[in-house]
Design a protein around this ligand. Structure first.
Ligand SMILES: CC(C)(COP(=O)(O)OP(=O)(O)OC[C@H]1O[C@@H](n2cnc3c(N)ncnc32)[C@H](O)[C@@H]1OP(=O)(O)O)[C@@H](O)C(=O)NCCC(=O)NCCS
Length: 148
């Protein structure tokens, strides 16, 4: 597995993984290009045998960072791709001196929450209707300074 920065030529494959992962909630091309402009350093893709298996986006400030999204192709799940992308991101966050890594995840997304908790994220609080009527989010955090 290799992890590298996103390039615009990756878009089509990322969009396919996105649709397979989030269905109607999938981000479109414009959204990914906007994140690429805003957060280019930690918009990463993982490749397995030269094929993109997943992507993740984290946006950094000076003390805090926000994990904006992560998805792995359904056929590549449970093989450590997601964890490897988080590890790569975390090493960079530590190098930047970021203290806290935040994210939002839908309360109904139990696999996602388990994945984040296994990694070491902790539930902070529920943000009601974050994803629309009746769709709440867990705000989760990870102390980037601790040696996990
Ligand atoms: C969440 C997601 C990114 C995980 O990616 P992945 O590459 O399959 O994760 P990994 O293989 O690195 O898993 C690491 C550990 O997390 C936990 N985990 C991962 N997926 C899990 C699941 N579906 N159920 C329970 N635990 C899970 C396990 O402990 C796993 O270790 P194990 O396989 O040895 O048991 C992937 O399932 C996905 O793309 N889901 C759809 C998009 C999504 O929900 N993204 C998160 C919200 S933005």
């Amino acid at each position: 597995m290799r992890i590298r920065k996103f390039e615009t030529s990756d878009l089509e494959r990322i969009l396919a993984i996105e649709r397979a992962s989030f269905g109607n909630d999938a981000w479109d091309e414009r959204m990914f290009l906007a994140f690429h402009r805003k957060c280019p350093d930690l918009f990463l893709v993982a490749t397995v045998r030269r094929r993109i298996a997943g992507y993740t986006i984290t946006c950094t400030g000076s003390r805090n960072a926000e994990l904006a999204s992560i998805a792995v192709d359904p056929s590549d799940r449970r093989t450590g791709v997601g964890e490897a992308m988080l590890n790569h991101t975390l090493a960079e966050l530590r190098a930047y001196g970021v203290k806290m890594w935040w994210l939002m995840v839908e309360t109904k997304n139990e696999p996602g929450i388990r994945f984040y908790e296994k990694y070491g994220f902790e539930r902070d609080k529920i943000v009601k209707r974050y994803y629309g009527p009746g769709r709440h989010a867990w705000r989760m955090r990870f102390k980037a300074t601790a040696a996990n």
